[in-house]
Write a protein that binds this ligand. Structure first.
Ligand code: NAD
Length: 316
C-alpha cells in the first residue's frame, strides 16, 4: 500500500508508516504543484496533507485508489469533507495534538503586551536605564473573552484563570453544563456584542466556516474597548483585515496578534504590515517541537489504523 505526503511532516510520522509496512512518497512542496499532484494521486491508497493542499472534489475523483486522507492539524477548511464523506473516504485529523502549543501562544501574546521585556532589554542595550516606560500592567484581574469554546479555548481558559484573569466566552453551540464551563468556570455570554464590550483581551478559537467568515468586522471592532487587544490564531478570513487595519490605525483598539491571515504568506501590500500595533507571525501558533512530533505520529498511527480497517477516534 502506498502513501503520498504533500506537506511538511516530522520524521517520526514517516518512520511510523514505514514500520507499519507502507511505502511512503514524501515531497513537502508537492502541494504547490497541482498538475503533478493530479497526475500521480491515482497511484496512492492514502494522502497526508497539512493546510496548503487543496483536497477538493477534483483531487479526490482523480485519486481512484484513495482509502483515507490524513490532515496534519485540526482546521479542515482545505479539505472538502462533504465530498469525502459522499465518496466514502474517511478524513483523519490530529485531534488535540497542537492545542497546548496554541494556548501557550495566546498566553505569550497577553504577557508580552503586559510586560514588554523585549522592549526594556532593547532600551537598556542602547545605554538607557528607564524605570518608567516599560513597567507594564498585570494580566491578573483583566478580562479575557474567548470566541469559540472548544479544545484550544479549554486550555487557554485553564491557564488564564490560574493567572487570575476573569474569563468569559461566547459559543452558541456550548451549554453551561459542557465540560469547558463546568471544569474551568468560564462565564458564558449569550451575545458576541457583550463579550466584545467587556473584554480586555479577545482570543478567537473558531473554525473558518460560512458562519464565521468576517465574524469580526468594523461593527464588532467598534464594540471593543479602546484599550483592548485581539488575538487570532484560528484562521485568516475570520477577521476582516481591512477593517482591523483601520481600527488599529485610528486607535479604536490597542493592538492585535495575528498568526493567521486571509492570504498566506502575507501579501507585501497588506496594510497590517505597516501597523506598529499589529504583531504578525507566520502561522506558527500550533508549531512547537512537541506538537509537531505529536501531530505527525498521531496522524501516521491513525491513518495506519484506518487502512487496516481498525476503529479510529480521529476520524471526522
Ligand atoms: P474545536 O472544534 O475544538 O472548537 C471550535 C469551537 O468553535 C466549537 O466549540 C464550536 O462550537 C465553536 N464555534 C463554531 N462556530 C462558532 C461561531 N459562529 N461562534 C462561536 N463559536 C463557534 O477547535 P479547536 O481545536 O479549539 O481549534 C479552533 C481552530 O483553531 C481550528 O478550527 C483551526 O482553524 C485553528 N487552529 C490554528 C492553529 C495554528 O497553528 N494557528 C493550530 C490549531 C488550530
Amino acid at each position: 500500500m502506498k502513501i503520498l505526503i504533500t506537506e511538511l511532516i516530522w520524521k517520526e510520522g514517516i518512520e511510523e508508516l514505514i514500520n507499519n509496512g507502507y511505502q511512503v512518497d514524501y515531497d513537502e512542496s508537492l502541494w504547490s504543484n497541482r498538475e503533478e499532484l493530479l497526475k500521480k494521486i491515482n497511484k496512492y491508497d492514502a494522502l497526508i496533507v497539512r493546510n496548503q493542499t487543496s483536497v477538493d472534489q477534483e483531487l479526490m475523483a482523480a485519486g481512484t485508489q484513495l482509502k483515507v486522507i490524513g490532515r496534519l492539524g485540526v482546521g479542515l477548511d482545505n479539505i472538502d469533507t462533504k465530498t469525502a464523506k459522499k465518496m466514502g473516504i474517511p478524513v483523519v485529523y490530529a485531534k488535540n495534538a497542537n492545542a497546548t502549543s496554541v494556548a501557550e501562544y495566546v498566553m505569550m501574546a497577553m504577557l508580552s503586551v503586559s510586560r514588554p521585556l523585549h522592549l526594556a532589554d532593547y532600551d537598556v542595550k542602547k545605554g538607557n536605564w528607564d524605570r518608567k516606560t516599560y513597567t507594564g500592567m498585570e494580566i491578573a484581574g483583566k478580562t479575557l473573552g474567548l470566541i469559540g469554546l472548544g479544545e484550544i479555548s479549554h486550555r487557554v481558559a485553564k491557564r488564564a484563570i490560574s493567572f487570575g484573569m476573569n474569563v468569559i466566552g461566547y459559543d452558541p453551540y456550548i451549554a453551561d453544563y459542557d465540560h469547558i464551563v463546568s471544569e474551568t468556570g468560564v462565564q458564558i455570554k449569550e451575545s458576541l456584542a457583550d463579550l466584545l464590550a467587556e473584554s480586555d483581551f479577545i482570543s478567537l478559537h473558531v473554525p473558518l466556516t460560512p458562519s464565521t467568515k468576517y465574524l469580526i468586522s468594523e461593527s464588532e471592532l467598534q464594540l471593543m474597548k479602546v484599550t483592548s487587544y485581539i488575538i487570532n490564531t484560528s484562521r485568516g478570513g475570520i477577521i476582516n483585515e481591512r477593517d482591523l487595519a483601520a481600527a488599529l490605525t485610528n486607535g479604536s483598539i490597542a493592538g492585535a496578534f495575528l498568526d493567521v491571515l486571509e492570504t498566506e504568506p502575507i501579501h507585501p501590500a497588506n496594510e497590517l504590515l505597516t501597523c506598529p500595533n499589529a504583531v504578525v507571525t507566520p502561522h506558527i501558533a500550533g508549531l512547537t517541537e512537541e506538537s509537531q512530533i505529536r501531530t505527525s505520529l498521531l496522524v501516521a498511527k491513525e491513518v495506519a489504523k484506518v487502512m487496516k480497517h481498525q476503529p479510529s477516534l480521529c476520524v471526522i
